[in-house]
Design a binder for this molecule. Sequence first.
Ligand SMILES: [Zn+2]
Length: 253
Amino acid sequence: MQSQSTPAVILRTRPLGEADLLAIVLTPEQGKLETAAARARNSKKRFAGGLSPGMRGVAAIARGRGALLRLESFDATAAHAPVGADLTRFAYVAYLCELTDELVLARHPDPELFAALCLALEQVIGGAPQALHLRQYELALLRCLGLSPALTSCCVCGSEVGGDGSAAFDGPRGGVLCLEHERGAPRLPTAALAAIQHLESGGEPADLASAPAALRRAVRDAIQSIVRSHLRRPLHAQAFFAALPRDAGAEGV
Ligand SMILES: [Zn+2]
């Protein structure tokens, strides 16, 4: 049967029988797909660079027998070797892929999300990996899922939340809260809210690289409180990152 070529990112693989792999891939026009890669574990021709999470390339996908699609070939279009040479990069890439796989439903195409993942992977693999790249991707992913946090008006009543140094912020409830609705929610510094807005609107993560570590941690904790509330389980990538030596990354995943 004829196969279709599509840009794709490998999100996850697992063994399927003796020599095959199940490969979960994200594509711009068909969304997240489950594919079977026959003889992938020893085909140097069709899967020359292997099939590792975070690899970006062109996939040839065909209908298989039954529901499972067939991954006929995968040609990497971006260098992936740096991932194997650096534990921080490896952990960041694993996190980006696992987070996407966990939160994105199968066959819900979203070209904007695909582009955001490709950008984050390029930043983390092709450049110097920064935790702020992860934060920006988390915000893009939340936006694509319709889960963006409220940053300027109360997430319950919509009234404007004035900033006098800090604002009540409750990630699982949806963002900032007014005086009437804050009900003991933790405070988030206004500077952290501004940093989140900067990342949310596509601002350069590098602009925040010199911000105090406490501010970057506050940004991380605020965004992750939202992300966590939508996950069914803790991510393996986060446990892996927690086990890395402390100097491996500033704020972590
Ligand atoms: Zn309110």
